[in-house]
Design a protein around this ligand. Structure first.
Ligand SMILES: C[S@@+](CC[C@H](N)C(=O)[O-])C[C@H]1O[C@@H](n2cnc3c(N)ncnc32)[C@H](O)[C@@H]1O
Length: 194
């Protein structure tokens, strides 16, 4: 009978592997300033997938060092807002939105934070009235279908000509726990296809 050896990695081994990967990445400057910032970040925590960096840079680079208004749904620890501030430069206005009132503390020079529920159309309407048209939207909030759909419908008309509306974690359209699902018709991806 064949013996099968099962090797289970402990959490510590996994964490060490990730740390090693980050060390290697941060020692090699890349062509992407966002990737460099992320791997060398010693400020607030950033919660991003690494394969997004090339996509961000491809679509956002034309706005760098210009007067640009950037709106991100989903503030969490505030690290991504700091990353956008560094990337877009001194003339950028960075706006974060989160449902968690704790995030209000994360405002700083160039960074504004608004508290509210991105599923709530009345909140979104009053937010857009307050902040005016935007150049770049990064949708990284709760990723639930109603949140994504309402946010897209209320905010997209306020994106300036030539602007970008980037939605993260679109795979949730196929996840039932997010209100999506393979057989479901009313999810964001289907809506965007029509
Ligand atoms: C993935 S985290 C954001 C990560 C952050 N953008 C970053 O890159 O570091 C998602 C955030 O969405 C917020 N969120 C969840 N549901 C929300 C809702 N209905 N309206 C607004 N924000 C929401 C959570 O409080 C959480 O801070």
């Amino acid at each position: 009978m064949k013996k099968i050896k099962i090797l289970a990695e402990s959490d510590e081994m996994i964490v060490n592997k990730i740390k090693e990967k980050i060390k290697i990445k941060s020692s090699r400057p890349s062509e992407n300033p966002l990737e460099d910032y992320f791997y060398n970040n010693d400020k607030k925590y950033i919660d991003k997938w690494e394969h997004y960096f090339n996509i961000y840079h491809k679509h956002f680079k034309k706005f760098r060092n210009n007067e640009v208004t950037v709106l991100e749904f989903g503030v969490f620890k505030g690290g991504s807002l700091q990353m956008w501030k560094d990337y877009f430069g001194k003339k950028a206005r960075i706006i974060g939105v989160d449902i968690n009132p704790e995030c209000e503390k994360l405002t700083e020079n160039q960074i504004e934070v608004y508290i509210g529920d991105q599923e709530n159309r009345a909140f979104l309407k009053s937010l857009m009235k307050k902040i005016g048209p935007v150049d770049v939207v990064i949708e990284d909030g709760g990723h639930q279908m109603k949140q994504q759909i309402h946010t897209f419908e209320e905010v997209f008309p306020n994106v300036k000509q030539g602007g970008v509306f980037l939605i993260e974690d679109l795979h949730t359209s196929y996840r039932e726990t997010y209100g999506g699902g393979l057989k479901k018709k009313e999810h964001l991806l289907n809506m965007l296809k029509t």
